[in-house]
Design a protein around this ligand. Structure first.
Ligand code: NAD
Length: 561
């Protein structure tokens, strides 16, 4: 036998997605590091639990204060390492994280208070039931790259306030933001071991799943979620899986088209399309399709693509080159099957960043349409004159028409700045197509008739549906977040997300313990009384019930103890 060789693991790279420049490299945590972090969390758990919810909430408020003190620096770091425009770093990351800490600090005690359980059955009225909520112990959190602050904080806050200790493994693409979260925890003076950040990649994540944690909260893609669920099944590890989406947007004939097109463009292109809740498919009723599509195209062409730290930038880069290639593949597949590129559809040229996409396109309004009979034509040829690609991982905001469900762009998560628009006959067809997907994270319906909006919302298979807005509910602390079908299992955010961080224990106290329990041994002579009791409790009509009670009492009288 040869001597075992140590595997050399690739370093984690902190890159500037706008330029590809390498900022720093980090060693991923080893299996031993992961086990040590979990062991420290296990040791810290009893004292943290004993502290009580009010004191734990005070730590959350301290964490909020230290994050607030460093808000601009942290937002700039997010923009540097994740690429998103500074406005998005402030709103979708810092503001959401601050609000989440505040929300759980203020409401956890009420949500976690023991609850009396009144008994409806006469036979057990002399027992007092109560639900109590206990922390799991150590919660492992594995988070993705697209919201590297607000997602981990959104999961750590309820886990900690419920009395769990936490080990967080952030995305390998945002190690410096992970380290900054560690610094914030330290600055908030959480007791040692209560919350630890370990840097690493998928291998580190795998090690965390099997390191003795008591529950795992995972946010990421469907393939990784499936692998994790299989590993978790081996040890019956409870999980929450927040996975990918292919969120549909339905535009009704009566929609405010100006509002809906602005919503579509923001919903598809915010964070360069890298939101689990992005608008990834749009179904518009045919009578308004041409106008809606034209508005989307015009608005998309006005967006400025560039580095996130340029204040005029609307759409930043994607996180990595691999993600740009996926977007290119989806667009190429759609075009090969007849889709029309109304704007975008390519990487920006070198030096083209910072300018609106419209500056490079050639489309004329009135030339493109989502329907075959359309007068609208492609804005761009997909085999353009060769031009030097821009550095960094940019892709132009892209509007596609003439798409159908045989295309990858309508079935697989693209996770990039593409808005495919499909004209439909009516709302019923839109709902059928929206539901024709393995995903079910969220959806949106756009109509002036709010009752119609709610009716359609009920027909869509998704964890959440917004009427006349999209994505924004992610920032509403009271709104549960989570998917149906392949989009996940369980919920995060809100009271329901807090409930995922606790085991429910039922405590039952017999108030009159000396009263004989008729269902105990011995059974001899008990058939008739029990038949009587069943009659008494459940028979239709007063006479039969009275007869049942009398028969039960008579039977008991004859019973030999
Ligand atoms: P990803 O699945 O590639 O990685 C997510 C995390 O899992 C990373 O930290 C990664 O290191 C870790 N990981 C990878 N393999 C692992 C393994 N075998 N065991 C344990 N951990 C492992 O996802 P990503 O590219 O970082 O994020 C994008 C995906 O996340 C998209 O599909 C998006 O829709 C989804 N997402 C979902 C939500 C939601 O709330 N539903 C939110 C944000 C992102």
């Amino acid at each position: 036998m040869g001597t075992p060789t140590a595997t050399i693991r690739p370093k984690l790279q902190s890159l500037n997605p706008a330029t590809g420049e390498l900022f720093a490299e980090f060693d991923p945590a080893s299996d031993a590091d992961v086990k040590a972090a979990v062991a420290r969390a296990q040791q810290a758990a009893p004292a943290w639990r004993a502290l009580g919810v009010h004191d734990r909430a005070r730590y959350l408020l301290r964490l909020k204060d230290v994050l607030y003190d460093r808000r601009n620096e942290i937002a700039a770091l997010i923009t540097r390492e994740a690429g998103k425009p500074l406005v998005e770093s402030l709103v979708a990351e810092v503001l959401v994280a601050l609000d989440t800490l505040d929300y759980f600090a203020r409401h956890a005690a009420a949500f976690l208070a023991p609850q009396d359980v009144p008994h409806h059955n006469l036979a057990v009225r002399l027992k007092r039931g109560r639900l109590e909520y206990e922390p799991y112990g150590v919660i492992g959190i594995i988070s993705p790259s697209n919201y590297p602050l607000s997602i981990p904080i959104g999961e750590m806050a309820p886990a900690l306030v419920a009395g769990n200790t936490v080990v967080l493994k952030p995305s390998e693409f945002t190690p410096q933001i992970g380290l900054a979260i560690g610094e914030l925890l330290e600055a908030a003076e959480l007791p040692p071991g209560v919350a630890t950040v370990i840097l690493g990649d998928g291998t580190t994540g795998r090690a965390l799943v099997s390191a003795g944690i008591d529950k795992l909260i995972f946010t990421g893609s469907v393939p990784t979620g499936k692998r994790i669920q299989a590993a978790a099944a081996e040890r019956l590890l409870p999980t929450v899986l927040e996975l990918g989406g292919k969120d549909p947007m339905i535009v009704c004939a009566d929609a405010d088209l100006n509002l809906a097109s602005s919503g579509a463009v923001w919903g598809a292109f915010t964070n360069a399309g890298q939101a689990c809740l992005s608008v990834e498919r749009c179904y518009v009723v045919r009578s308004v399709a041409e106008k809606f599509t034209r508005l989307c195209m015009e608005k998309a062409k006005q967006l400025r693509v560039g580095p996130g730290d340029d204040p005029s930038t609307d759409v930043g880069p994607l996180i990595r080159e691999r993600q740009v290639r996926i977007v290119e593949e989806h667009v190429a597949d759609a075009v090969a099957q007849g889709a029309v590129v109304l704007c975008g559809g390519r990487r920006p040229a070198a030096g083209g960043q910072g300018s609106g996409v419209g500056g490079q396109g050639t489309a004329t309004i009135g030339e493109a349409s989502p329907t075959p009979n359309s007068e609208l034509r492609p804005a761009l040829s997909l085999s353009p004159v060769p031009r030097p690609p821009s550095p960094g991982f940019f892709y132009e905001p892209t509007v596609l028409a003439g798409v159908h469900h045989g295309m990858r762009i309508m079935r697989e998560e693209t996770f990039g700045p593409v808005l495919p628009i499909m004209a439909v006959d009516d709302e019923a067809q839109a709902v059928a197509l929206a539901n024709d997907s393995e995903f079910g994270l969220s959806a949106s319906v756009w109509t002036r008739d709010l009752a119609r909006g709610e009716r359609l919302a009920r027909q869509i298979q998704a964890g959440a549906v917004m009427v006349n807005d999209c994505i924004s509910y992610f920032g509403v602390c009271e709104a549960p977040h989570g998917g149906v079908k392949a989009s996940g299992i369980g919920r995060s955010h809100s009271r329901l997300g807090l409930m995922e961080m606790v085991r429910v224990k039922y405590i039952d106290v017999d108030l009159v313990p000396k009263l004989p329990k008729l269902w105990w041994f011995r059974y001899d002579g008990m058939v008739r009384p029990m038949q009587g009791f069943v009659e008494f409790l459940f028979a239709g009509g007063v006479r039969r019930r009275v007869w049942g009670l009398a028969s039960a009492l008579a039977g008991l009288g004859k019973r030999r103890v």
